[in-house]
Ligand binder design. Structure first.
Ligand SMILES: *Cc1c(COP(=O)(O)O)cnc(C)c1O
Length: 395
């Protein structure tokens, strides 16, 4: 398919599949493989030269036609030349940094980064002599002051995990480009529809496909999208670390992708309603959702994004006790308490950004994170309303 000219919803339905090559079957089949039989010595030698298994089924770990179908679909959708599937979103994040650093290098990582990436930088990169500086996510062009001669990667995530600050991505990407620094952008919140980091100037896009692409709270999946040159670097890192995305999970991710457009529109509509409802509650100090007018990052969101997903946060009034919040959470009927998100079901969990911030202290009240699922809006509001009644009764 000539993907460049097609709109996102069309790509979601068609990219990465070719029924004519597959007995007319609509979906690409699941190929389970370790050994690949090569028919001639010439074929075998060609496979052996293809060290990272690119565009050829060389060995199971490097991917099968199922993997390639998912990778092609995501690359087409995100406007990148190439995509790589990983066994988890975290594996995709880590490989995207490792691909560009060596001992003695320095990386800049947003203070609002997904927690395990902070753990990877402090607990793993540091052991190999790569230093990390965490920066204020709202720093914008001010990041110049933190750049050192040995800075190799700037790692962005916008909006940020747990606290939802928006970053001035084009400004940072432009500054980085003039200095030869790679920019990696974690696009999980908005993917696969509402933000295109490569078009904003970033070099590498990371997606936890576990969230909205898989979309059903079952399989785990990571994806990296990049142009040919950066793809080769990340592909090399992924291969050398023994990365593998399971074919069944690639199949599930591809299946999730087909309906991601309609699902995301519903997640987004419900989240906007819930966020607006919460903003009016007297128990709530502040809602953290860049799609809401009045959010400090709203103008950046409006400029760089074409929509919002179903994940946001809210901060309770400063005098709210933990006991009262526990009473609210313990009795929720529809909102589940659990991590990860992006599935069809609503979630409500307490989060603790104060333990995950070093550049900017987080000193707001108790913070909750909401994932707006696909349930009926009135039922969700009734569940939250009953929750606030328990909170007030326990206060
Ligand atoms: C969940 C998440 C990840 C990690 O994805 P897993 O598939 O759970 O490993 C990375 N980045 C962000 C922003 C996430 O929300």
């Amino acid at each position: 398919m000539k993907s460049k000219s097609k709109k996102p919803d069309t790509l979601l339905a068609h990219a990465g599949r070719d029924p004519a090559r597959n007995f007319g079957v609509v979906n690409p089949p699941v190929y389970h493989a370790s050994t690949i039989i090569h028919q001639t010595v010439a074929e075998l030698e060609k496979a052996q030269k293809n060290r990272y298994g690119i565009d050829q089924v060389v060995y199971g770990r490097y991917g099968t036609p199922t993997t390639f179908a998912l990778e092609q679909a995501v690359a087409a959708l995100e406007g990148g030349a190439r995509a790589i599937a990983f066994g988890s979103g975290a594996a995709a994040c880590f490989a995207s940094i490792l691909a560009f650093v060596k001992t003695g290098d320095h990386v800049l990582v947003t203070d609002s980064v997904y927690g395990p990436v902070r753990g990877f930088c402090n607990g793993f990169l540091a052991r190999f002599g790569v230093e990390t500086t965490f920066y204020n996510p709202t720093i914008g062009e001010g990041i110049t002051a933190l750049i050192r001669p040995n800075t190799r990667v700037i790692y962005l995530e916008s909006p940020g995990s747990l606290t939802f600050e928006m970053q001035d991505t084009p400004a940072i990407a432009k500054l980085a480009k003039t200095r030869g620094i790679k920019t990696v952008f974690d696009n999980t919140w908005a993917a696969p529809l509402y933000c295109k980091p490569l078009a904003l100037g970033c070099d590498v896009e990371v997606i936890a496909g576990t969230k909205y692409i898989v979309g059903h709270s079952d399989a785990m999946m990571g994806l990296v999208v990049a142009d040919e040159e950066n793809f080769l670097k990340v592909r090399e890192a992924a291969t050398l670390m023994g990365n593998h995305a399971a074919p069944d999970d690639c199949y599930l991710a591809l299946r999730g992708l087909r309906t991601a457009g309609v699902r995301l529109r519903q997640h987004r509509a419900t989240a906007l309603e819930l966020a607006s409802w919460l903003a009016k509650r007297r128990e709530v100090g502040r809602v953290l959702y860049p799609a809401l007018p009045g959010d400090p990052g709203h103008h950046l969101w409006k400029r760089d994004f074409t929509g919002a997903s179903g994940l946001f946060g809210f901060v309770l009034k400063p005098d709210t006790s933990k006991r009262a919040v526990d009473a609210m959470l313990d009795g929720m009927e529809l909102f589940g308490m659990g991590f990860s998100w992006g599935g069809f079901e609503s979630l409500l969990v307490p989060v603790y950004p104060q333990h995950l911030r070093t550049a900017v202290v987080w000193q707001e009240g108790l913070t909750l994170r909401v994932h707006a699922g696909l349930e009926d809006l009135d039922d969700l509001i009734a569940d939250l309303d009953a929750g606030f009644k328990r909170l007030n009764a326990a206060a």
